[in-house]
Design a protein around this ligand. Sequence first.
Ligand code: NI
Ligand code: MN
Length: 219
Amino acid sequence: MKIQFHGHACVQITTNSGHNIIIDPFITGNPLTAISWEDIKTDYIILSHAHEDHVGDTVAIAKANDATVIAMVELAEFIGEEGIKIHSLGIGGSYRFPFGTVKLTQAWHSSSYQGKNYGLASGIILDDGHHSIYHAGDTALFSDMSLVPAIDIAFLPIGDNYTMGIADALKACQLIEAHYYVPIHFNTFPLIKQNPKTFIENVPAKRGLLLNLGDIFTL
Ligand code: NI
Ligand code: MN
């Protein structure tokens, strides 16, 4: 599995079987990203929730790639109104796709777009049969993170203000069993300015992993 971080909460995954998946493709308007949405080639788009800094360029990318959007029922149906292929999931539900299994998990956050609510915010567990990731989405710390199965990489928001800050994200590391803990959702806007090194240096057993923009990390 190859993993590329595009800034904020946008993570692109290429499986060993050659499938491409992107999570929360907020490219246009993301001051941290080095690419444009036209550069994204993907088969699937998974959304954690409906906020604009997560839905981002979903509609344009899905149309250009004939990609399927996987999301919470209400959000998926909203995206589907654009004539895009969708797959709806509920919290706690999983489905086996050609690239692997996706399960939506609980996340303590809201999920609105242009003033309307679109179901619940979620986290994402993706398992391609060889490796697995947990993308926490935008969430507060909650003790049921301990129910996430052991995974290879946990992507955790550290920006504070809207989500966990560094102190809570470090507590999350104690609840989630992972080989690597990657900080996301920081420094994109002044309100979520953080020093990720403070997080990395305090993750036990040197398992904090800082993914720089565009870097490809191979599992
Ligand atoms: Ni959000
Ligand atoms: Mn967000």
